[in-house]
Each structure stands twice: as C-alpha cells, then as structure tokens.
Design a binder for this molecule. Structure first.
Ligand SMILES: NC(=O)C1=CN([C@@H]2O[C@H](COP(=O)(O)OP(=O)(O)OC[C@H]3O[C@@H](n4cnc5c(N)ncnc54)[C@H](O)[C@@H]3O)[C@@H](O)[C@H]2O)C=CC1
Ligand SMILES: O=C(O)CCC(=O)C(=O)O
Length: 450
C-alpha cells in the first residue's frame, strides 16, 4: 500500500534520529493496512499523514540552581499530539535519556491508548533530560518550579493535563502543582496523580499496575485460565512495578522478580513488597539491599546481564509483566520466555518489547497485551481524577476500582473483537491499533480539516 510506505519513508527522512518514534509509528501504520483496504475513506481524508504529525511541540530551556549554588540547564518538552477526542493527556518523564524523539513516541502511543479507554482525552506527553537520581528534595523542588515556570502557559484543565511517568511521582507532581498555583492563582485540575489531601483520586497511584494485572486476567480468562498460582516475572521497581506486584500477591499469583537500572532481584518465594517499597520509595536505594533480610534471594548486577538481553527474562515463570522502560525485552529474551513456557505477557511499560520480540509473541499466538492496551488503566484513572476535580467530589476506592476493572475489560473486549473482525483473533496488537485509530480518525473527519 503506497500511502503507508510513503508516510513511513517521509518520517524516516524527516526524523532520522527519532528511532523510537519511528518504531511506534511503523507498528501502528502496518497494522492499519487491512483497515485502509476495507475503509479507503481514511486515506481520502489523509488521516494517515495528519495523525503522525503532532498538533504542537513545545521545547524550552530550564534553568535551576543546585545545592552547591551552580546554575544548571536542562531541556524541557511537551508534545501536544492529538486533541480530536479531548484535552491532551499524558505524563511527564524526567530521565537523562529523554530526547524529543522519546517524548514524540510516547505522545503518539498515548493517542491510541487514550482512545481505547473510551474517555474524552486526547494524546500528549512531556518531560526533560533532567536526572533526579541523587538529587536532594530542594533540588527536585527548584527543578520542578523552573520546569513549570514555562509549562504553565501551555496547559490547563480543559486544554492539556499532564501527570507522572518515569521519574515523576507524587513528590514532583506536588512541586509542579504548587508552582502552577503560584503563577496562575488558580486551584484547578491541571495535573493528575495529585496527593489525596488536595484533589488527587483514590486509586490513581495503583491504577497502572492494577490495570496491567486486570488485563492479564482478561486475556487468561479468554483462554480458560486464571493468574492464581502462576509464577510472574516483573521488571522495574517503580510505580507500575510495585502495584503490579501488589495486585499479583492479592490474586494468589507469585511475583518473583523486579529490577532497576542497576540490577535484577529474584526471590523465588515471592517479592517482599513491604521491603521493596521501603527500599525504593523511602530509602531510594539499590535492590541489592534486599538480600540483607532475604538471603535466599539472588541479585544480578546489570554488568552480568546476557549481551543480547535482560536477566529478568531469563528467569523461569508463567506470565511476564515488563514494567520498566521501552525496548527492555529483546528478540532473544522473547525466544527465552517462549522456550521457558511463558504463555501470557501484559505490558505495564510503554513499548517495552522490541519490534522483533513482538513478532515472536504474535507468531507464537500467546496471550500478548501491548502497552497501549494493557497499561491504559493509569491514564483512565487520571481521567476519573479530572472528573472528580471538575465536580468537586471525591469518590471511594470501591467506585474507582470498579470503574478501572470495567474499563480494562472493555479495552480487552474491543481489542479482541477488532482482531477477530480482521481475521487474526489472537492478535491484540492489530486489535488495539485499529480500534484506537478508528475512534480518533472518525473524530478527525467529523471535525473537518483543522
Ligand atoms: N506511571 C504511570 O502511571 C504509567 C507509566 N507507564 C510506563 O511504565 C513504565 C514505568 O514507569 P513508572 O513506574 O511510572 O516509573 P518510575 O520512575 O516509578 O519507575 C521506573 C522504573 O524503571 C526503571 N528504569 C527506568 N529506566 C530504565 C532503564 N533505562 N533501564 C532499566 N531500568 C530502568 C527504574 O529504575 C524504575 O525502577 C514506563 O515505561 C512508563 O512510561 C505507563 C502508563 C502509566
Ligand atoms: O495519567 C496520565 O495522564 C498519563 C499516564 C501516562 O503517562 C501513560 O499512560 O503513559
């Protein structure tokens, strides 16, 4: 199909260094080929070229002062990708690896993820190459204030509502919110993931991890299985990984691993969650410290990982939850997982599997839930936070969790039904991309050329 080929070629030429964005765009556009054959009007409206181009990209300088009095400079980004379905919505990532291409890939994925939730939210993402590791609370606060000093003029509760992502949790959202309030004088739902004390939603911090587990349950249920008793491999040790592990314990599964950028922890008895939270959320230290209380566990430093992949995927398990970062699961990892009998993968992270790894999972016809479907529980609950803010209500946990469960089940159903409609019933990647795209594209057509 020339349109898909031409658009990808144009992207490759116009954004040669944005390899992650290209990877995300290629997956979506390749999945759309059968849709364009059946519904060529999407091509007549040139949705394909319009949807890969962000509506707006903001890049800015962030100057702040460290504890030693030295002035530091970082780059800041906000990509407002697509507002056909609602205000731009998506997190902020603070990590030294962040480039404009990283934020563009995340913003692009967010369009389809947000569409799948069925809620009125468009796609956006932002962040900075700032490295929070080893910084004091004072430095984090000054950085967040400097970041918001530019961002505040581009966001608002009905225009663009950022939230957290890697390196941005409750502490950072608090500092960002304080600065927004100071600059605008407005107390409004401009950020989500806020503290429960002042406008946050019960259940938001747990939502991405819980949602990824609910999605795994939905996939397994469709195959007549459950999570109970299954050994689960989890990567990451941040917000998404921690609440994935918590929900797995609750459902009688055995989460046996977690990881950070320095190493992987394997505890065959099941990860001690209280200790993990103490190490990562309070002490903010390495996973190796876990061994002092659990000598039966094993720590694999990143320097000892296999050259072609990640130690966490070489462990024995039944179900895998990649919850750290993009492209953390390679083709060789996928082969190992399949060889070890893994039958279900639910992605808590965004695009954690390389394109070749995804191809392996699809060819094996295992239950594979791509990030844009499986981790949509976080942004969905953010929208529930927006709804509570605008009605000045606070809903109980039971209400939020029931809605989250229903949203995840609905996303699974849409993906499965769309995959079946396009004659590839186990391919939830195809289902997610077509189902998400159709909603956004239909809205774009109805709203005219704008
Ligand atoms: N927080 C949220 O609500 C949502 C997060 N996600 C995705 O989930 C993933 C994890 O995000 P969070 O848990 O929120 O972040 P976090 O900052 O709380 O934790 C990230 C974890 O991943 C590890 N990590 C980060 N970069 C790494 C690298 N290059 N190599 C190895 N490990 C690395 C960190 O050490 C940390 O343990 C990301 O892909 C994020 O985009 C997706 C949907 C919503
Ligand atoms: O809660 C949100 O608005 C965004 C969450 C997020 O960044 C994501 O879904 O990747």
């Amino acid at each position: 199909m020339p349109y898909v080929h031409d658009t990808l070629e144009a992207l490759r030429k116009s954004s040669p260094a944005q390899t992650e964005f290209y990877q995300a765009a290629e997956e979506v556009l390749e999945c759309l080929r059968p849709l364009f054959e059946r519904s060529p009007h999407y091509l007549d409206h040139n949705i394909i070229e319009r949807i890969v181009e962000p509506e707006r990209q903001i890049m800015f300088r962030i100057c702040w002062t460290d504890d030693a009095g030295k002035v530091r400079v970082n780059k800041g980004y906000r990509v407002q990708f697509n507002s056909a379905l609602g205000p731009y919505k998506g997190g902020l990532r603070f990590h030294p690896s962040v480039t404009s291409g990283t934020i563009k890939f995340l913003g692009f994925e967010q369009i389809f993820k947000n569409a799948l939730t069925g809620l009125p939210i468009g796609g956006g993402k932002g962040g900075s190459d700032f490295d929070p590791k080893g910084r004091s609370d004072g430095e984090i606060m000054r950085f967040c204030q400097a970041f918001m000093s530019e961002l505040y003029r581009h966001i608002g509760p009905t225009t663009d509502v950022p939230a957290g992502d890697i390196g941005v949790g409750a502490r950072e959202i608090g500092f960002l919110y304080g600065q927004y309030k100071r600059l605008t004088g407005r107390y409004e739902g401009v950020l989500t993931g806020k503290s429960l004390n002042w406008g946050g939603s019960i259940g938001r911090k747990e939502a991405t991890g819980y949602g990824a587990v609910y999605f795994a349950e939905n996939m397994l249920e469709a195959r007549g299985e459950t999570l109970a008793g299954k050994t689960c491999l989890v990567s990451g040790a941040g917000n998404v990984a921690i609440y994935t592990i918590e929900k797995l314990h609750e459902l009688g599964a055995i989460p046996v691993s977690c990881s950070d950028s320095r190493g992987t922890l394997h505890d065959p008895n099941g990860i001690d969650l209280a200790l993990l939270c103490e190490l990562k959320e309070v002490q903010r230290t390495t996973l190796e410290a876990y061994l002092a209380q659990h000598p039966e566990a094993r720590y694999i430093p990143a320097g000892d990982y296999p050259a072609d992949g990640h130690a966490v995927w070489r462990l024995q398990g039944d179900v895998a939850f990649p919850c750290a970062t993009q492209n953390e699961l390679t083709e060789a990892d996928a082969e190992t997982l399949l060889g070890n009998g893994v039958t279900c993968i639910s992605e808590g992270a965004n695009m954690p599997s390389t394109a070749a790894a995804v191809d392996r999972f699809l060819a094996a016809k295992i239950a594979y839930g791509p990030g844009k479907a499986a981790n949509a529980g976080g942004v969905a609950t953010s929208q529930l936070e927006m709804a509570q803010n605008s009605s000045m209500e606070q809903w109980p946990l039971e209400k939020v969790d029931a809605k989250l469960k229903a949203i995840m089940a609905n996303i699974h159903q849409q993906c499965a039904e769309t995959a079946a409609e396009f004659d590839d019933p186990t391919n939830l990647v195809l289902g997610a991309n077509i189902a998400g795209f159709r909603k956004v594209a239909d809205a774009m057509i109805e709203q005219g050329v704008c």
